[in-house]
Design a protein around this ligand. Structure first.
Ligand code: OGA
Ligand code: MN
Length: 287
């Protein structure tokens, strides 16, 4: 198998040709993982979207998989697999969520810059998003190369951040994104987690800044100081030179490394068009 790499920006992101993710195995996944360490975001086009089973089969080669066990599969889910997060704008019956629906409001929080599952003690490593139906316009996914952001920080900022930890909370980003206040039961179901602000990839030695809209506070800093530091870091990170805007084609599988990138959904006419995207996620260890 000869893989051809098309770079998507000078810093990061690649489209890979000559690879069919249905044919990845334990034996050949190493080549793909090396490309992930290099490019951080890899898009792989397919003529036909992978089936749910094929998607899961590929993702389980990337590491311990996330399985949501808070619902019995097949009951009220449109995509009845515990391993698949339904990122579409469709409800259980396949109809577009109406404006004002609570679940739609929570989903729109994906439009804030974030990294997946930083609010859990065991964080997400890779996410693999599969495009089944895309709207005629809008709905790109954007990424930031947090390795490049870290590299460009001043030395004094780097040494300060290397000592700091942030508290990540799922509900913080839901409310920030315009969603309703969670119920006490919802809040309890997803408590916050604390993680260092700087990650280091042990395979490459590269460091990156670990930011997300889930961050509520920074440990040991007064609230005002934490807020202004986060604002400063976010304004550095979101400069266009660090951003890749990915325009989807049906059949694409996009894999990103959550530990060295941030991403966000961009708006589309979600009351008029279907956008059916399905995600699998891997975690640092089995949970
Ligand atoms: C995700 C996500 C963005 C999008 O699947 O984790 O943030 O564009 N998706 O759907
Ligand atoms: Mn996400």
């Amino acid at each position: 198998m000869t893989i051809t790499v098309q770079k998507l920006t000078p810093l990061f992101g690649a489209r890979l040709f000559g690879i069919n993710l249905r044919e990845t195995t334990r034996e050949n996944i190493g080549d793909f993982l090396e490309l992930m360490d290099l490019h951080a975001v890899c898009a792989v086009p397919h003529d036909v979207p992978l089936s749910n089973e094929e998607h899961i089969g590929f993702a389980q080669l990337l590491g311990p998989m996330e399985r949501s066990n808070n619902k019995i599969s097949g009951t009220d889910k449109r995509v009845a697999y515990d391993e698949i997060v339904d990122q579409s704008n469709l409800g259980p019956t396949g109809d577009i969520y109406p404006e004002g629906d609570r679940r739609l409001a929570f989903k729109r929080a994906n439009r804030l810059w974030h990294t997946d599952m930083s609010f859990y003690p065991v964080r997400a490593t890779y996410s693999a998003l599969s495009a089944h139906t895309i709207p005629p316009e809008g709905g790109n996914t954007e990424f930031i190369d947090m390795r490049a952001v870290y590299d460009d920080l001043t030395e004094s900022m780097k040494s300060k951040l290397n000592e700091l930890k942030a508290e990540h909370c799922y509900w913080h980003s839901r409310v920030l994104g315009g969603g309703p206040e969670p119920t006490p039961k919802e809040r309890e179901a997803r408590p916050s987690s604390v993680h260092p602000l700087v990650n280091r990839n042990d395979r490459t030695g590269r460091k990156s800044l670990y930011l997300a809209s889930h961050i509520r506070t920074i440990r040991g800093l007064p609230e005002r100081e934490a807020k202004s530091l986060l604002e400063e870091l976010n304004s550095i990170a979101t400069q266009s030179k660090y951003v890749l805007s990915y325009k989807w084609t049906v059949g694409d599988i996009l894999v990103w490394d959550n530990l060295c990138t941030m991403h966000r959904a961009t708006p589309f006419a979600d009351q008029s068009y279907i956008r059916d995207m399905r995600r699998t996620t891997c975690r640092e260890t089995h949970v």
